[in-house]
Design a protein around this ligand. Structure first.
Ligand code: SAM
Length: 271
């Protein structure tokens, strides 16, 4: 093993000691760490820079303790209720614990009903960098036993989501996967790229283009936040819209645009 590999092992180990990054996939920490180590040249500075990056793209969305075991018990109880409203309200409460997913809650009833109105029932979904969004499955126009594949970088989050998906009528799997390394996978009817592109582009400027190249889907729902995590709105919608149209230029999609109070969404359909 070369010296740089040993230094990277130390970097990953040191970052995973922090409770905040304990469950982040080691391969992902390693690939972010490698870039920072090349830039900074020493371990201490690279550890600090890697933590900052992980905060920006993942940690900042998880403001508190994730009580996955408690939530699974509550979800299991909710699925036993004859009233489907009980499951929905339990999902809403849990979705509050991921800031990006939380921001969608005030518009959740309209979000999937509007953007996916002409697609349902959908038989297969790929949810890229999903956060807690799979808990919104009860709001999506899915076929019974639809396939639902979800990826994120938190080991504990994907284990929770996999168990949750076993409780609702989908054939679901959530996996730890660094979507910056996503290669063309199985074909799906719908891919969700919700508020993912600006986040991933903080690590790799080409992330949006690469994902659009790699995803094999009839339709892709892409969205952008209408304000920053700090609440700043000025010019964000116009900025994201302009860069999005540049990104899809020449790809020949049919495009539908939807603007909600907290999110700007585009449904792309392959012609
Ligand atoms: C802005 S949030 C969006 C969450 C979700 N799509 C939503 O809109 O509710 C970004 C998510 O991407 C995840 N993430 C960041 N980098 C990733 C990567 N390289 N591969 C997979 N997931 C990643 C973070 O953990 C976080 O949950």
């Amino acid at each position: 093993m070369g010296r740089s590999e040993t230094v990277l092992d130390d970097l990953v180990r040191s970052i995973r000691l922090s409770p905040k990054y304990k469950y982040v996939a080691p391969e992902f920490i390693r690939s972010v760490g490698k870039i920072e180590l090349t830039r900074r040249g020493n371990l201490k500075a690279a550890v600090k820079a890697t933590k900052n990056k992980l905060h920006q793209i993942a940690g900042a969305y998880l403001p508190g303790r994730m009580a996955y075991d408690v939530w699974l018990r509550r979800l299991a109880d909710a699925t036993r209720s004859a009233d489907p409203g009980v499951l929905r309200s339990t999902c809403v409460e849990i979705m509050h614990h991921h800031i990006s997913t939380r921001e969608r809650l005030p518009i959740l009833d309209a979000f999937y009903a509007t953007t996916l109105a002409d697609l349902g029932p959908i038989h297969s979904v790929l949810d890229v960098a999903c956060g807690l969004n799979p808990l919104a499955i009860p709001w999506m126009p899915l076929a019974d036993r639809a396939t639902y594949i979800a990826y994120d970088i938190y080991e504990d989050m994907v284990a929770f989501l996999s168990t949750f998906m076993g409780m609702v009528p989908v054939r679901g799997k959530a996996e730890v996967h660094d979507v910056l390394r996503y290669r063309p996978g199985e074909h799906v009817e719908l891919a969700l790229l919700l508020k993912t592109i600006p986040c991933l582009e903080q690590v790799d400027k080409e992330a949006g283009r690469r994902l659009l190249d790699a995803i094999d889907a009839d339709h892709i729902l892409v969205s952008f936040p209408a304000h920053s995590l700090g609440g700043r709105r000025k010019g964000m919608v116009a900025h994201y819209e302009e860069s999005f149209y540049k990104l899809i230029e020449g790809r020949g999609y049919s495009v539908w645009r939807y603007e909600f109070a907290s999110e700007l969404a585009f449904l792309l359909s392959v012609r």
